[in-house]
Design a protein around this ligand. Structure first.
Ligand code: FAD
Length: 516
């Protein structure tokens, strides 16, 4: 197989740049690698591995590896260790937006081909899941097979377990259970040294804490033990609208501060434009066509943007409807939204969790799913969020972004500081996500225009000395990364020196040059 693949590489060479520059010199290193999976030097897999959901960056890998086992992954890393310049990027589902899962002239490991395992232990309430499994598959297996479900999610589930654990993984449950990185108890990891290690709080703990939120820098996650809880059958999904940002944040923080059982099971929010714009305005609010948004209910002094608090309550089929109504009313009762601007629907639990998949289908049909997505995700400290609203939402973004603008509170106490994610200082901070879904230029704005707006927002945060961090960060220089990690940088560097000393892993993050 390997000899055939190398022959094909030499045949296809001009497709992949000139042989010397594109890495023909390292081909002998692959002889005898003996993978259970496959190694591809040309064709559609390479093209796919050279792009991502962002569709802003592109690159040319030398080869794509489709491993079947952790051992295959380890063999690939050991080959890279023998060369002077080869790098290795794990690619989950390629849903990064800035080339983070790419390896220019390096090796891309397609994690989705690793033997798919979602082994549920119902007694101990966990699932052992392969790093390349999609969260959507984890959901279906756990709920349909066992009536159990992971506790913490992302909004969209066609992301891999290893991909989100390398970043954090947040959604409307994170205020209760922390990000996904807080909801795994054990990992199997292939380090940049080519070792396959199991790690947890007790076993190889430094590796465990490094890898979670570690941007793929310390190891490739081949298995994760995901905590489960009993799954509900149904969800009451409610949206309420505010004109005043201070009331919106007061209510959002109030709900986020209450513990399990005393709040909703999901709390998110978004900003939308106070107009009838079909994408950015009132029509983006309703949960179903029978309940349109009624602008006559709005207070007369409402500004250019409005705020929607989105909450959800879980229940079982056997719960009496009166008890569900009572719980919902008790929680909604204290909220100060604009009277009459409340929309709601009851949906199945799985339907609720795969809600973005339905949006994906529409976006694919219209062509905006495959268009460029220069997204910006920030964590902004609570102490600066009112100024952020004034300077960014009400000013820079007052006409919307052609897609959702998410904003919801998270609690620092739910994030273990031993893990690698960089967070703002404040105890409460907000996720702000600008999820741009515009038509390609010239029907929509140019990529440059959207990126310039992102830059303006980041610059506004910097100029005003906001306590903030990029989430799913992207920088081009080590100096910028040092600023990002701030006082965590020495630890991040030491971890790199220990677990990936040759800087082979995840070169697309542009943190450490090879052999730094
Ligand atoms: P990839 O993009 O393939 O990889 C991301 C990074 O992780 C790369 O550096 C890669 O090398 C590394 N990596 C991948 N797999 C592994 C592994 N097994 N071990 C070690 N490193 C690995 N994020 C949220 O937190 N909440 C959301 O609600 C949310 N919604 C999203 C919705 C959409 C439509 C999209 C496109 C993204 C969303 N994201 C969200 C962001 C998403 O979590 C990240 O982009 C994530 O990295 C994507 O997962 P992936 O499997 O596609 O990873």
């Amino acid at each position: 197989m390997i000899a055939y693949a190398i022959d094909r590489f030499l045949d296809h060479d001009n497709d992949v740049e000139s042989s010397s520059s594109a890495g023909a010199d390292v081909l002998p290193l692959f002889t005898g690698i003996n993978l259970l999976g496959t190694l591809e030097f040309g064709g559609g897999s390479l093209r796919a591995a050279g792009t991502d959901f962002g569709a802003v960056q592109s690159s040319k890998p030398l080869a794509v590896i489709k491993p079947l086992t952790s051992d295959d992954v380890a063999k690939v890393i050991r080959v890279a260790l023998l060369s002077q310049h080869l790098t290795v990027a794990a690619r989950g589902n390629g849903h990064s937006v800035n080339g983070q899962a790419m390896a220019h002239r390096g090796l891309v490991v397609d994690m989705k081909t690793i033997e798919h395992k979602i082994d549920v232990n119902p007694t101990a309430a966990y699932a052992d899941v392969s790093g390349g499994a999609l969260w959507a598959d984890v959901l279906k297996r756990c709920v349909l097979g066992y009536g159990l479900a992971p506790r913490s999610w992302t909004d969209y589930l066609d992301l891999t377990v290893g991909g989100t654990l390398s970043n954090g993984g947040v959604s409307g449950q994170a205020f209760l259970y922390g990000p996904q990185t807080e909801n795994v108890t054990e990992l199997e990891v292939v380090t940049g040294n080519g070792d396959v290690l199991v790690c947890s709080n007790n076993q190889n703990p430094e590796l465990f804490f490094s890898v979670l939120g570690g941007l793929g820098q310390f190891g490739i996650i081949t298995r994760a033990r995901v905590l489960l809880q009993p799954a509900p059958d149904m969800v009451r999904w409610i949206r309420v609208v505010y004109s005043e940002f201070s009331e919106f944040t007061r209510d959002a923080e109030l709900l986020a501060s209450r513990g399990e059982g005393n709040s909703f099971d999901y709390v998110e929010g978004f900003v939308f434009v106070n107009s009838d714009d079909p994408v950015n305005g009132w029509p983006s609010m309703p949960l179903n066509p029978d309940q349109p948004f009624d602008p006559t209910r709005m207070t007369p002094n409402a500004g250019p943007v409005l705020y929607c608090l989105e909450v959800a309550l879980h229940y079982k089929n056997e719960d009496p409807p009166s008890a569900i109504d009572e719980r919902a009313e008790r929680l909604v009762g204290g909220l100060k939204f604009m009277e009459g601007l409340r929309l709601e629907v009851d949906v199945g639990y799985i339907d609720f969790l795969v809600r973005v998949k339905r949006a994906e289908e529409g976006a694919m049909a219209s062509g905006i799913w495959d268009a460029p997505h220069p997204w910006l995700n920030l964590f902004v400290s609570q102490k600066n969020i009112a100024d952020f609203d004034r300077l960014v939402f009400k000013n820079i973004l007052k006409h919307g972004i052609g897609g959702p603008i998410l904003i919801y509170p998270l609690l620092r106490s739910k994030w273990d500081s031993r893990k690698s994610v960089a967070l703002p200082e404040g105890d409460v901070f907000y996720l702000v996500a600008l999820l741009r879904f515009s038509f390609p230029y010239p029907k929509g704005p140019s990529v440059e225009e959207m990126m310039a707006q992102n830059q303006e927002i980041v610059q506004t945060c910097t100029t005003n000395a906001f306590d903030f961090k990029l989430y799913l960060p992207h920088y081009n220089s080590m100096d910028a990364w040092k600023l990002h990690f701030a006082d965590q940088w020495p630890r991040f560097q030491q971890r790199k020196a220990r677990f990936d000393p040759m800087a082979i892993l995840s070169p697309g993050q542009k943190i450490f040059p090879r052999n730094w």
